[in-house]
Every structure is written in structure tokens, then in C-alpha cells.
Design a protein around this ligand. Structure first.
Ligand SMILES: [Zn+2]
Length: 300
């Protein structure tokens, strides 16, 4: 998984053990800016806001006791929430299932529309909210579900209850679901086969250039993640083989219409990362893999 493709702006949820710590993620995410980012890991609003301006409005919300007003905005005298402060930047939610479900649910509309509307009796205000959502979670409360060597000690039903804290409709709106499994030491120490971060970075920069050119004439969007349904129809055409593959996956995995659009968008991005003009069947196959959490029988 090219975590660096996060720069291409797709929303994502990372599910895995302890190494999915924000520090390690942001290390990948920003390369040599780790030190700055590590400062962001610790709660301290002033620090976050000051640094955010330097880092293209990178905003981190670490506190899972956040209220829905803090997250999406509101109040008697409406104020923007974290999602608007993270406009054109990143909103990182660590330990996603620890947030109150009602708090997370209010993000559904802004994730779709990229704006948030706060209505009051006599007026309504609209704040921009085009942010990239990155969320992390454990596989289960004990942390070892699906672990290759250690055993999960959660009681029956506990894993499902934990997953149910995040609704299917919310998950549906997240482009990439990434199951992060532990890497054996032998693979960690074998650097030969891995593509270097610098190479991946080059490809990501190139993909962003391709996207900038693609949407040059459209003032509303500048990357694949922001495509509307009509744009998806224009820019995400598949070959017959790609169509058949996607149709089969939709039926087999019971994916929603929203997941269908997400797969096409992510497929377009994967093709851009390979500088491929057309979306090939292997790009679609990879995009389908990133819907892994749709298959776990998520809560309705
Ligand atoms: Zn467990």
C-alpha cells in the first residue's frame, strides 16, 4: 500500500495494530517533516493552529471526547468546526470507534458535499469543508484480531460490537479501507524489493500534475477525490474487461452504488500513479481491494 498516495487526497481508514500510530503514518505522509508533525500528535490547540498554517492547514483532532459542534461547527452563534478548519488539509481521527457514534454521523453530509450548512431559525450559514479524512482504528478492543501470531482474547460478539460503533453509511463515504497487518522482521530487513519513498513521491507528484491538468477548465475541483458523479462518468470510463470485473465484484461483495463511485475514483488515481491514460482492469482490481471493510458485515 502506497501510503504516500494519501497526497492524492482520497479519504481513508486504516485498521491495524500498534504500528498504525499517527507518528509512523505522518512520517510516511510528510517525509522529512516528521518533527513538526510529531508536535501535532499531542493535544494543544494553539500549537495545532499555528503549525497548521505552515503545513497547508494540516489539522489533527486527537481528542475522542469531541462533541458534534466541535467537529462540524454550530452553536448559538455559529462557529466553524474542525472539519472547516481542516478545509484543503487533513483531518486525522485517531481511534475512530472511540468517538461517539452520533458525533461521527454528523460528518456524513460534509464528506459527501464538501461543505457544511448550519441552519438556525432566522438564517443559515455555510462553511467550506473539503478536507481529507484519515482515520485509524484497532482491529478489535484487544488489538489482535486477525493477527498472524498472537491470539485475540475478545469475548464472542465483542469484535462486532466494536466495529458497529462505526456505521456502514459513514464507511461507505470513505474511499480507502486499508487493513494493515504486521510485517515480519525478515521482510522489514529486506529493503531490496521495496520501491523507495523518493520514487513513490515522484509518482505522487506526477499524479497530482495529471489531475491538475485534467481539471484545468473546472474551477470547482482540482483532484480526483473531489469528482462529482457527472465527472466520474466523464473521466472514469472502463474497458469491457474492467466493467465486467467491477460488475462481478459488486454482485459478489454486495457493494453499494456509493462504493461503485468510490472504486472508479480510486481506480482513476491508481492509473494516474502509473501515468496510465486508461483505467485498466488491474487498477480496478486494486481499487476493489480497498473496500475491505465493506465485507465484514458492518453495522447498518
Ligand atoms: Zn481482540
Amino acid at each position: 500500500m502506497e501510503v504516500n498516495c494519501s497526497w492524492v487526497r482520497e479519504d481513508m481508514v486504516l485498521r491495524g495494530q500498534e504500528f498504525v500510530m499517527p507518528q509512523s503514518f505522518f512520517h510516511r505522509f510528510t517525509g522529512n517533516q516528521t518533527e513538526l508533525i510529531t508536535n501535532l500528535i499531542f493535544p494543544g490547540r494553539d500549537k495545532v493552529l499555528t503549525l497548521s498554517t505552515k503545513l497547508a492547514l494540516l489539522i489533527l483532532l486527537y481528542c475522542n471526547t469531541a462533541t458534534d459542534v466541535a467537529l462540524v461547527g454550530g452553536g448559538n452563534n455559529p462557529q466553524p468546526g474542525e472539519i472547516s478548519l481542516a478545509h484543503n488539509g487533513v483531518l486525522f481521527l485517531d481511534e475512530l470507534p472511540e468517538f461517539k457514534r452520533t458525533v461521527l454521523e454528523v460528518m456524513r453530509q460534509p464528506l459527501e458535499d464538501r461543505v457544511v450548512t448550519i441552519s438556525r431559525a432566522k438564517f443559515s450559514v455555510e462553511y467550506p469543508a473539503s478536507f481529507m479524512l484519515v482515520a485509524s482504528m484497532n482491529p478489535c478492543p484487544c488489538g489482535y484480531f486477525n493477527h498472524p501470531e498472537k491470539e485475540c482474547v475478545c469475548a464472542p460478539g465483542v469484535v462486532q460490537k466494536y466495529l458497529n460503533r462505526i456505521s456502514g453509511p459513514l464507511l461507505d463515504r470513505i474511499d480507502l479501507h486499508v487493513e494493515v497487518t504486521p510485517v515480519p522482521f525478515s521482510e522489514l530487513s529486506n529493503q531490496q524489493l521495496a520501491e523507495s519513498s523518493n520514487n513513490i513521491r515522484e509518482r505522487v507528484i506526477n499524479a497530482r500534475l495529471i489531475q491538475t491538468k485534467r481539471f484545468n477548465s473546472d474551477s470547482g475541483i482540482y483532484c480526483n477525490a473531489q469528482m462529482r458523479s457527472s465527472d466520474i462518468k466523464t473521466y472514469c470510463k472502463l474497458s469491457e474487461a474492467g466493467n465486467t470485473l467491477l460488475k462481478t465484484a459488486m454482485e459478489k461483495l454486495g457493494l453499494s452504488a456509493r462504493a461503485y463511485d468510490r472504486i472508479l475514483k480510486v481506480g482513476r488515481t491508481i492509473a494516474d500513479l502509473e501515468a496510465s491514460e486508461n483505467i485498466m482492469p488491474n487498477h480496478i482490481a486494486e481499487a476493489i481491494q480497498y473496500r475491505s471493510l465493506d465485507r465484514d458485515g458492518w453495522a447498518a
